[in-house]
Write a protein that binds this ligand. Structure first.
Ligand code: AMP
Length: 282
C-alpha cells in the first residue's frame, strides 16, 4: 500500500491510473480504523479497480469544546488494517496540506443540516461538506463510499454531489455493529465498561421503535415517544434527540408512509453517540 501525504502525489498517481484505464473508489475516514471502516473498503473493492482511503481528522468539522484534540490517532495501526484489507493507496495529509489557509469558501446545505445532529453541532456539516468536496476534488475517484451510521452526513454528501455535478458516484454501505448491536464507532473507545454496557440502549431504543412500527403504529410522535422512553430507562444515557424523519429530506414525519428513518443521539457518560435505523413498512 502506498502512503501519500501530499495532494501533488495523489494527483500524479491518479493521472497514471487514468492512463491505464483503472478506476478508483475512495473511502474517507478520520482514522482509528475499525471493522465499520473496513466493511466500506470491502464494498469499495467491489466497485472499482483500486480502493483508496484517506485518514484525516478534519479540524473544521469539530466545534469548540468537542474532541478534536483528543480524537484517537494511530496512523501505524490504521495503515496496517487498511493494507490488510487491500487498500492500494492511503492519503494521510497534514492539516496544513488541506488547509494552507482558512477556507474562504463555504459549502453549506442548510435544508439538510438544520435538524438532527446539525442542531447540536453548529458548523459541523459545513466542515464535513467542505472537506469531502476537497477530498473528492483531490482524488477524483469514480466512487466514494460512506457509512449509513452517519446517515445525515451521507445525505449531505449525496446532495452536494448532485447539486455541484461532481463526477463521482456515492455509495452508502450498511452500519456495522458489535455482537450486542452497538454501532461501531471510533468514539466507543472512550467508554468505560459500565458505559459500554449502557451504550446498547441506542440500538435497543431503535429496535423497540421498529417493533412499534411493524406492530402497526404509524404516528410519528408515538414512535418518537418509544425512542425517548427506552433511552430514559438507562440512567447512564442522556438523550440529545430522538427523531422520526424522511430518509431523503430528513424532515420530521407526522405519519409514517413506506419508509422512515429513526435517528438518535445520546451522551453515555461524556461520550456522544449516534445511531439510526431505516424502517421499511411492509
Ligand atoms: P469516521 O472515521 O467516523 O469519520 O467515519 C468514516 C466513514 O466510516 C464514514 O462514512 C462513516 O459513516 C463510516 N462508518 C463509521 N462507523 C461505521 C459503522 N459502524 N458502520 C458503517 N460505516 C461506518
Amino acid at each position: 500500500m502506498l502512503l501519500l501525504t501530499t495532494i501533488t502525489g495523489v494527483r500524479a498517481r491518479r493521472r497514471d491510473l487514468r492512463l491505464q484505464g483503472r478506476t478508483v473508489a475512495l473511502v474517507p475516514t478520520m482514522g482509528a480504523i475499525h471493522e465499520g471502516h473496513l466493511c466500506l473498503v470491502d464494498r469499495a473493492r467491489e466497485l472499482a479497480d483500486e480502493v483508496w482511503a484517506t485518514v484525516f481528522v478534519n479540524p473544521t468539522q469539530f466545534g469548540p469544546g468537542e474532541d478534536f484534540a483528543h480524537y484517537p490517532r494511530d496512523l501505524e495501526h490504521d495503515r496496517a488494517l487498511l493494507a490488510g484489507r487491500g487498500v492500494a493507496l492511503l492519503f494521510a495529509p497534514s492539516d496544513k496540506e488541506i488547509y494552507p489557509r482558512p477556507s474562504a469558501t463555504v459549502v453549506d446545505l442548510p435544508e439538510l443540516t438544520a435538524g438532527l445532529c446539525g442542531t447540536f453541532r453548529p458548523g459541523h456539516f459545513r466542515g464535513v461538506a467542505l472537506v469531502v468536496t476537497k477530498l473528492l476534488s483531490i482524488a477524483q475517484p469514480e466512487w466514494a463510499v460512506f457509512g449509513a451510521k452517519d446517515w445525515q452526513q451521507a445525505a449531505v454528501i449525496r446532495r452536494l454531489v448532485e447539486d455541484l455535478n461532481l463526477p463521482v458516484r456515492i455509495e452508502v454501505a450498511p452500519t456495522v455493529r458489535e455482537a450486542d448491536g452497538l454501532a461501531m464507532s471510533s468514539r466507543n473507545a472512550y467508554l468505560d465498561p459500565d458505559e459500554r454496557r449502557a451504550a446498547t440502549v441506542l440500538i435497543r431504543a431503535l429496535r423497540a421503535a421498529e417493533t412499534a412500527i411493524t406492530s402497526g403504529e404509524r404516528d410519528g410522535e408515538a414512535i418518537r415517544r418509544v425512542l425517548t422512553e427506552v433511552v430514559a430507562s438507562e440512567p447512564r444515557a442522556q438523550l440529545q434527540y430522538a427523531a422520526v424523519v424522511d430518509p431523503d429530506t430528513l424532515q420530521e414525519l407526522a405519519r409514517i408512509g413506506r419508509l422512515a428513518l429513526l435517528a438518535l443521539a445520546a451522551h453515555v457518560g461524556a461520550t456522544r453517540l449516534i445511531d439510526n435505523l431505516l424502517v421499511e413498512v411492509p
